[in-house]
Design a protein around this ligand. Structure first.
Ligand code: CA
Length: 400
């Protein structure tokens, strides 16, 4: 779960107010500038105590805690967001990831069957996410979760989001019978083999191996089942694929729309990976690299994967890797090498769409389904190919 899926949660807003008031009361003229790391921690401690966190837990979590000096550099990185999508997907859905995944499947086949029975989620997608997040448990991160979250919270990275995560991490430390030393994670506080942030851990983590602890670091069964539970709670529909790469008939009008699988078949749209369309349900035509690139039919399950990580590069990689792991043929295609828009440009697209009266579900640069539909409608109104894809040409048209 990378940062792009984080959403500001209203329940933490009042926390920021508490901390801010504490700082102002401490005599500071400017809120953020005057706050030392120590006074930030004091504010968090006061809030934690009201939530039933004990002094012993706080001592354990905050003893000797210093801010992470690397954090500014780390928060400025944007790995998969500006590179062409094709190379990223090819690397992750094939090659070493696939080879290692095939080997790892053998060790988790019983867990996968139990997960499918319990949660109705495609277990290959779960294993693919396991691969994408930590290389199948190989790279779970070594950062002190409390140090990471406290630094991000102190710096107000993403507003007050990480203050809430820090409080949830304290709850986990107190409830789950683990030590601070065991609570390691990514630089941004994502924990365990499938990288749960603390709020997701509290909501979705499960003790699947029944040893009395939700241990996403050491227990593969717990980590995989927790991911399955997450996908299930987010609305995974059993019996539906996440999507299917497709070939379109010659001359097909490449417009984004949603139809039943049967209607797609009638229109001559065919699976490009040797699979078959389901008989029930609907799917939406999707061009992850624009109308010149490959086409997919995606289902609501694709949006569920995107909830885990909001990038299309990630979600398509996970989906295609899952298909390869289940034994499906390699999906061979040519991806356009043109660079996608960067975050600032995507935000500009959203701003311009809003200015033209289109309904846009977020203004953060994330091109989720609703944004693609708004793009499609704009393209449609201009007589352009309505592929729902934000590229330079779209930005140019919108800027006119
Ligand atoms: Ca367990």
């Amino acid at each position: 779960m990378i940062l792009t899926r984080y959403i500001r949660q209203p329940r933490y807003l009042y926390l920021a107010a508490i901390v801010a008031i504490a700082i102002i009361a401490g005599g500071a003229g400017s809120v953020a500038r005057a706050e030392t790391f120590a006074s930030f921690l004091k504010g968090v401690e006061r809030e934690a105590l009201t939530r039933g966190i004990t002094k012993a837990t706080l001592n354990q979590a905050f003893r000797g805690l210093t801010p992470d000096p690397n954090m500014d550099r780390l928060t400025k990185r944007q790995p998969e967001l500006v590179k062409p999508i094709g190379g990223y997907i090819e690397r992750r859905a094939n090659g070493g990831m696939l080879k290692t995944g095939r080997r790892k499947l053998k060790g988790v086949s019983r867990t996968m069957k139990a997960i499918e029975r319990t949660y109705g989620v495609d277990p290959y997608v779960v294993v693919a996410i396991w691969g994408m997040e930590t290389g199948y448990g190989g790279g779970i991160g070594t950062s002190d979760v409390f140090r990471s979250l406290a630094t991000l919270g102190w710096k107000r990275y993403r507003g007050d989001f990480f203050i809430g995560e820090l409080l949830d991490a304290l709850t986990i430390l107190q409830q789950e019978g683990i030590t601070r030393k065991q609570m390691v994670g990514s630089w941004a506080g994502a924990m365990g083999q499938t990288q749960f942030i603390p709020s997701s851990f509290l909501k979705y983590a499960v003790d699947f191996d029944k040893d009395g602890k939700r241990n996403l670091w050491k227990s593969r069964a717990d980590a995989l089942a927790s991911t399955a539970n997450y996908l299930s709670q987010k609305g995974w529909q059993a019996g539906q694929p996440w999507g299917v790469p497709v070939t379109l008939p010659t001359g097909y009008k490449r417009n984004v729309e949603t139809l039943g699988w049967k209607q797609w078949k009638v229109r001559g749209v065919k699976p490009a990976d040797g699979s078959r369309f389901p008989t029930k349900g609907t799917a939406t035509l999707f061009f992850p690299a624009g109308a010149e690139g490959p086409a997919f039919l995606i289902t609501p399950n694709y949006e569920v994967i995107r909830d885990y990580n909001s990038s299309d590069a990630y979600s398509l990689s996970a989906g295609l890797l899952a298909n390869r792991l289940r034994g499906r043929k390699r999906f061979v295609t040519k991806w356009p090498t043109d660079k996608t828009l960067n975050k600032a440009q995507r935000m500009k697209v959203q701003e311009l769409l809003v200015r033209r009266g289109h309904s846009v579900p977020n203004r953060t640069g994330r091109i989720l389904k609703g944004v693609r539909l708004a793009i499609r409608d704009f393209q449609h109104s201009k007589g352009l190919v309505a592929d729902g894809y934000p590229d330079r040409e779209l930005l140019r048209q919108l800027s006119r």
